[in-house]
Design a protein around this ligand. Sequence first.
Ligand code: C5P
Length: 259
Amino acid sequence: MSDDSRPAPAAAARTAAVIPAAGRGVRLGPGAPKALRSLGGTPMLIHAVRAMAASRAVSLVVVVAPPDGAAEVKSLLDAHALPGGTPSGSWGRTDFAVVPGGESRQESVRLGLEALPPGYDIVLVHDAARPLVPVDTVDAVIEAVRDGAPAVVPALPLADTVKQVEPAAVPGDPEPVVATPERARLRAVQTPQGFDRAALVRAHETVTGDVTDDASMVEQLGLAVVVVPGHEEAFKVTRPLDLVLAEAVLARRRLNDGF
Ligand code: C5P
């Protein structure tokens, strides 16, 4: 066997990030699509792209834009390129591409995956709605995929006890409790979730039911999914109060960075 025919070492696997950003974010109230809402004067999506590009391992970011907003999102990314100016479609060592999204998050992720060129063996899927995830969390997820896990999710223990209920037919009516899962064994899952690309592609080809995260699709294939520690700053901006918290986190970072 010649040296050239050996598989590349795992550490050389290239990593791309897919950012689904096509949701309207109705729970946040009326206004622009959620990913385009401002946080500290910068659109949430730009924070999310920067969070992925902050990892030295990530060399491509594919943003999945609202179906009618791909051109606007592309201009936005160009406008926020690193100081010094880089060619359109690139932020320094990180390339980016924009594709239009779909009706569901799942469809948006699939469209992003289809846009990935060959050569990227590790794929991160990261919600635009989690703009403040620290780079150490991103790197920990990539590291665990490099170590051989087909799917990796960052997650945190729960503060609240969780009840499983029989949902009420009329919102606001009392709901019977069916079960109380043991809190110590539960984790609240965040993004970026990291995948062996082939496993994620197969999951999207095979699993048709509605899911709220990508790792559960890989789970349904019977493949191992592992959890690594998440971070409290990787919370999802869903409701108006989350915007207040995100602004506070940004203000604290600016203070710590000496701005
Ligand atoms: O609705 P939810 O908060 O779970 O959305 C998570 C992420 O999925 C958001 O970043 C949102 O923009 C994205 N999404 C998408 N396409 C959809 C619905 C949601 O890209 N059709």
